[in-house]
Write a protein that binds this ligand. Structure first.
Ligand code: NA7
Length: 509
């Protein structure tokens, strides 16, 4: 295994084509061995353009385009209990009748634009990192402001700083970031992947906690002395990437272990950033490392050594309004020509919430989820028959390599629909009891970790008014897969299935 390049990362493209920002690790589809043998990944983190090329290639190679209707927004989907069908209405006014609806609406696809006074009056261009233009963006000669310091900002800032006349970064919360150590893959490394794909895929699906091809050591951070621990963290830092958090098996479980990792990264920031004041501001001190999505970067902290980059701490000097040519904080007007909002997403539930989904008794999913999302296995929600969710809340989802989890859900749902067809079953939905038990289990395991201690988007904390609930399932992708398989093997235990006749009779009575 050690002969293989390490696999990690499933970040979002932040700077898009224009920046050539490197973002995604060797996440790729596993459903076709021919596909994975053919494709030549260029780098450890393929850039946005390459990922888009791959997606287009897959669509063409498997002749998927005839089955995809692009540029179509679904406004509402209503379940008709009299005939057990969904009626799906799109924004162009068309309605489609379907027996099953699968929500593959994405966990980080609903960009969040903060409501800052004066924003509409800003005279320059405003970009959200989640809606980056497809054509190249060039900031040469401009004064640019970036609001936010999550993954998207951390990847964009070094690239924008190279172009901009001046870059001002408005930071509310400092984040932990690990060097990405991106590099071109050699042909030997590519060959090693190709030869070992069966084992790589097996390991990622069945053994890895988060679907990443990286082993979790059987040691905790405090099992090592100070020197050994430092050496281990140094090795992880040198290797780079998200697997820093897998240096020990208890970094996200044990506060003292976590503190050791956090203080190692804080020391690194102090070593890299020359101005002690700026270094201090960049050192996170209000959440355990990894409890917010850990970031990976290329020269993020070093960028603050550049003379054309300023860091503004908007916790102590809050943004008051946006003027036509500046961001006004309490103490100063920071003049800018362009503004980049790297302010994140209404994660996991945001895209689903924008669709008017009506299940039994015309109740909407938003009404049902008013106190937080409720699902059984993340796959279905009681009262919404034949409605499946891909990587929904209550499944490993964003805590895992997304493609591993997406493929598992797609396979499970496909098998389930085939099972129903073979037996003449018409509806399937989560039982109330199974859902309640699963929600309790998801919460219980989350509480065993340090995750709930951060105001993260995992908790819904970045959206004003959103219920604070740890949304993904932390039990691990291997464990979760076994649970889903067991449920299926027991005839979809915890789900209620009805035959066509019975379903109609029940609806009529
Ligand atoms: P994130 O990680 O949610 O980061 C958003 C950043 O924007 C974060 O630093 C926020 O500060 C900041 N933010 C959000 N709203 C505001 C307002 N109103 N004012 C100032 N600052 C604000 O989103 P990303 O796009 O970077 O990454 C999302 C995921 O994509 C990432 O985790 C990877 O999985 C890929 P805060 O921390 O809330 O104080």
């Amino acid at each position: 295994m050690s002969a293989l390049p390490s696999m990690s990362g499933n970040d979002h493209p932040a700077g898009a084509e224009a920046y050539d920002v490197v973002v995604v690790g060797a996440d790729s589809y596993s459903f076709s061995d021919e596909l994975q043998q053919e494709w030549n990944w260029s780098e450890r983190y393929a850039p946005q353009a390459e990922i888009l090329k791959y997606a287009n290639h897959v669509a063409d190679r498997f002749n998927l385009r005839p089955d995809i209707q692009l540029n179509t927004r679904v406004d509402r989907a209503v379940f008709d209990e009299s005939n057990n069908q969904w009626s799906v209405t799109t924004s162009d006014g068309n309605t489609v009748i379907a027996k099953f609806v699968v929500l593959a609406t994405g966990c980080l696809s609903n960009a969040r634009v903060p409501d800052i006074k004066g924003r509409p009056d800003f005279k320059g261009k405003v970009y959200h990192t989640g809606h980056w233009p497809h054509e190249p963006v060039d900031f040469t000669g401009q004064r640019v402001g970036v609001i936010g310091t999550g993954s998207s900002a951390i990847q964009s800032v070094p690239v924008i700083a190279e172009q901009a006349r001046h870059l001002t970064v408005f930071q509310r919360t400092a984040n932990f970031s690990i060097p990405a150590r991106n590099a071109e893959l050699t042909s030997e490394e590519r060959e090693a992947f190709r030869r070992n794909y069966p084992e790589i895929r097996r390991f990622a699906r069945e053994e890895a906690r988060n679907g990443i091809y990286a082993e979790l050591p059987d040691r905790g951070a405090l099992d090592d002395g100070d020197h050994e621990r430092r050496v281990t963290f140094e090795q992880r830092w040198a290797r780079g990437g998200l697997t820093f958090m897998l240096a020990y098996n208890n970094l996200i479980l044990d506060k003292a272990a976590n503190d050791a990792a956090a203080s190692f990264v804080r020391d690194k920031i102090a070593e890299i950033v020359r101005d002690p004041e700026t270094a201090k501001r960049l050192q996170p001190d209000d959440h355990p490392i990894g409890s917010k999505r850990i970031c990976v970067d290329t020269e993020y902290y070093a960028t603050f050594n550049r003379p054309n980059v300023t860091l503004v701490d908007i916790k102590s000097d809050p943004i008051q309004e946006i003027l036509p040519n500046a961001v006004r904080t309490r103490t100063k007007d920071h003049e800018i020509d362009a503004l980049v909002l790297a302010t994140g997403f209404d994660a996991m539930t945001g895209s689903v919430a924008r669709i008017e989904l009506r299940g039994r008794k015309a109740r909407t999913l938003n009404q049902k989820w008013a106190e937080g999302p409720r699902t059984y296995l993340g796959l279905m929600s009681e009262g919404f028959p034949n409605l499946f969710i891909i990587t929904g809340p209550g499944s490993p989802s964003v805590l895992s390599n997304m493609i591993v989890s997406i493929e598992q859900h797609v396979d499970w749902i496909t098998d389930c629909i085939a099972f129903m067809r073979d037996r003449g079953l018409e509806t399937m939905e989560a039982s109330q009891k199974a859902e309640d038990q699963w929600v309790a289990h998801v919460n219980e395991v989350a509480q065993l970790t340090l995750y709930p201690q951060a105001n993260s988007w995992y908790m819904g904390a970045n959206i004003p008014g959103k219920p604070r609930i740890f949304m993904p399932y932390i039990g691990g992708v291997g464990v979760y897969r076994r649970i889903c398989n067991d449920v299926a093997a027991k005839g979809y235990e915890g789900f209620v299935m009805t035959a066509a006749m019975r379903a109609r009779a029940a609806a009529a009575s």
